[in-house]
Design a protein around this ligand. Structure first.
Ligand SMILES: NC(=O)c1ccc[n+]([C@@H]2O[C@H](COP(=O)([O-])OP(=O)(O)OC[C@H]3O[C@@H](n4cnc5c(N)ncnc54)[C@H](OP(=O)(O)O)[C@@H]3O)[C@@H](O)[C@H]2O)c1
Length: 271
């Protein structure tokens, strides 16, 4: 019995080694992952990458038609381990329904990726003139929706038998207050930035509250990626490359960090 991915070799000599082996086996098992806002862009590519690695993935989509199109692409690519789940982070009833389905089918969730997000970048986002309604709408999805999603799925994440429940909040360098405070800060889009900075703040609080339970709660930015969110602005990386930045933070093991803000170079960046 050998598996090159395992850090330990099975020794039948002692119960201690056997339980260490079983623990290692659990960590290497396929995980049950939910990705929100996954009908397009970085979320879709993350689902694709996770499916390629043999994990069972719930592709969260607020619109069933675009979700089905996304699922079709994956199934025609041979990925049978992806399931579509309707989920609008701003509609609690869809969150509860999604939790019921995953609980009934899997009995647990190992990782939640809060990827759903909006930029509202076509609207005025100057601090002096921004319409408060733009801020409210952006907060609704990027902050309140994210919080509601976390709170809905944490009970299921607590049942993760890997013992390493993960919450990954997809963030952005534009949500770094430190970066925004620099005079050479690249771009100022106040609705998007404040919503993501607030989500970062929530990430810190959540990571502290869940630390003793072994949760890994982090904010990670994929870096500038050409997607629908920015009108497929030229010069960004591909959605798959953006998703590749996120991937290791979905599959953290017991040694993985928590309460971190990670940049596109996989290193910690200032909040
Ligand atoms: N693109 C970048 O340069 C960049 C950089 C840093 C961070 N990010 C972050 O990366 C994440 C993914 O964005 P993306 O660039 O891949 O953009 P995208 O292609 O527009 O994807 C955003 C996804 O979120 C979904 N969504 C929006 N509102 C939702 C809601 N209320 N409930 C559920 N799903 C919702 C969208 O669904 P619909 O298709 O139905 O609209 C879409 O599938 C976002 O959190 C974004 O802030 C992006």
């Amino acid at each position: 019995m050998s598996d090159s991915r395992l850090p330990l070799k099975l020794s039948t000599d002692t119960g201690k080694n056997l339980s260490a082996y079983l623990l290692a086996l659990r960590w290497n098992m396929s995980r049950i992952v939910l990705v929100t806002g996954a009908s397009a862009g970085i979320g879709f590519e993350l689902v694709h990458l996770l499916a390629e690695k043999g994990h069972k993935v719930y592709l969260g989509a607020r619109d069933l038609t675009s979700g089905e199109k996304a699922l079709d692409k994956l199934t025609s690519d041979g990925h049978k381990n992806v399931k579509l789940i309707q989920l609008d982070v701003n509609k609690p009833s869809t969150l509860y329904a999604a939790r019921e389905v995953i609980e009934a089918t899997e009995g647990k969730l190992d990782a939640l990726v809060n990827n759903a997000g909006i930029g509202s970048l076509h609207l005025d986002q100057n601090a002096l003139t921004v319409d408060v309604a733009t801020i409210r709408e952006t907060m609704e999805t990027n902050l309140y929706g994210l919080i509601a999603t976390c709170q809905t799925f944490i009970p299921l994440l607590r049942k993760s038998i890997s013992g390493v429940p993960v919450i990954l909040n997809v963030s952005t360098a534009l949500g770094s207050n430190w970066t925004q405070a620099q005079t050479d800060s690249l771009l100022r889009v106040v609705a998007y930035s404040t919503s993501k900075a607030a989500a970062n703040s929530y990430t810190i609080a959540l990571a502290h509250e869940l630390k003793d339970e072994g949760f890994k709660v982090n904010a990670v930015t994929p870096g500038f990626t050409s997607t629908k969110l920015n009108g497929f602005h030229k010069g960004g990386k591909s959605a798959r490359d953006g998703a590749l930045v996120l991937l290791p933070w979905v599959l953290l093991d017991k040694e993985g960090g928590t309460g971190l803000f990670i940049g596109e170079n996989q290193k910690e960046v200032p909040w």
